[in-house]
Ligand binder design. Structure first.
Ligand code: 13P
Ligand code: SF4
Length: 333
């Protein structure tokens, strides 16, 4: 029996752990809840396959922010991590935004605590701040423009050459952009735990085993890996490339969730996850994978955990996000 008070409570563990009957058809139940509540499920490519399959929209960080901006649903269920759901809330103050597990954070976002970043920014008062969307609302509020891996290069290109820039929080994406654009942006020293786990030695051994395979890599990876990549791009860009390209085998250096869509789009091709530097499943993002179909169902049923935000913080964080969305629209992204 569910305690009635649970409906208004933020679950202590960050997610509801009520028993779910194994006889329940969760796919059917979630579809029913979507209709009853006018709810939309947005899922990142790094979610488990079942969640991707039940989602109304699957995408990368930019696509998800754009989908959140456009939706007329009353409830946005965000199957992703906290900063993504927070971005959806910033764009939709009057909608209910749910995250199946509030503990689904992000190591990259955590690598930039707002108080420390505020000091860093103060020490460079002439710099404009471009922040990767993988950061907290507090960092967004301290930023001039947000970017994602899909639009970062274009966003940087809109800034006059003589304008000094701070890029935060991902040092790897920042270094990649500096190389591509010839800029010398000042980089915050943050990184994603998943994209730094790959072993170059094992990658090269795998490449020797599959000499015709193309290496696909996300720009959150370190330069030492990126230099071996045949193609570098956001999750959406990697997916599009692998679908359209003529090779038959790919070694994929990003979180393994994307392989689900890659295999769906090109069932005759072979996709191999790039190997981590030990035998763990470390290229599964532990934060993304906290969401499960059961938690998704429970969160839709009880409408918790919900993302809430101070209005002043929301307005400050909205400005640089809106600037990103406007620039992306100008470039047709
Ligand atoms: P994109 O969604 O922009 O490809 O970024 C990947 C990522 O790490 C999201 O957390
Ligand atoms: Fe954060 Fe990395 Fe996980 Fe993406 S893959 S959510 S950047 S920890």
């Amino acid at each position: 029996m569910v305690d009635i008070n649970i409906v208004n409570a933020v679950p202590e563990k960050g997610f509801l752990d009520l028993p779910v009957s194994p006889d329940l058809d969760l796919f059917a139940e979630i579809e029913k809840l979507k209709k009853e509540k006018n709810a939309i499920v947005l899922a990142h490519y790094y979610q488990e396959a079942d969640i991707q399959d039940i989602a109304d929209y699957i995408g990368d960080s930019l696509g998800l922010a754009q989908a959140a901006e456009k939706t007329d649903a009353d409830i946005i269920v965000f199957a992703g991590v906290h900063f993504m759901a927070e971005t959806a809330k910033i764009l939709n103050p009057n909608k209910k935004v749910l995250l199946p597990d509030l503990n689904a954070g992000c190591s990259l976002s955590d690598s930039a605590p707002p108080a420390l970043f505020a000091d860093f920014k103060k020490a460079h008062p002439d710099h404009l701040v471009i922040s990767y969307i993988n950061c907290s609302a507090g960092i967004k509020a301290l930023s001039d423009i947000i970017c994602t891996s899909s639009n970062a290069e274009k966003i940087v290109s809109t800034i006059p050459d003589d304008q000094p820039i701070i890029f935060a929080p991902d040092r790897n994406l920042g270094a990649y952009l500096n190389k591509k654009t010839g800029r010398n942006m000042l980089l915050w020293n943050g990184a994603c735990m998943v994209h730094e786990i790959f072993s170059i030695e094992k990658l090269l051994k795998l490449k020797a085993q599959y000499p015709n395979a193309k290496i696909l890599a996300h720009p959150e990876c370190e330069e030492a890996l990126l230099k071996h990549a045949d193609y570098i791009g956001s999750t959406t860009a990697l997916l599009k490339y692998s679908t359209a390209d003529s090779a038959d085998t790919y070694i994929v250096a990003t979180e393994t969730g994307i392989l689900h869509q890659m295999m769906k789009n090109a069932p005759d091709k072979t996709f191999i996850p790039a190997p981590p530097d030990n035998s763990c499943a470390c290229n599964d993002c532990p934060h993304m994978k906290l969401n499960t179909l059961e938690k998704l169902y429970l969160c839709m049923k009880h409408e918790i955990p919900e993302i809430t935000m101070d209005e002043q913080l929301r307005l400050a964080a909205l400005k640089p996000i809106q600037r990103m969305l406007d620039i992306s629209a100008q470039f047709g992204l």
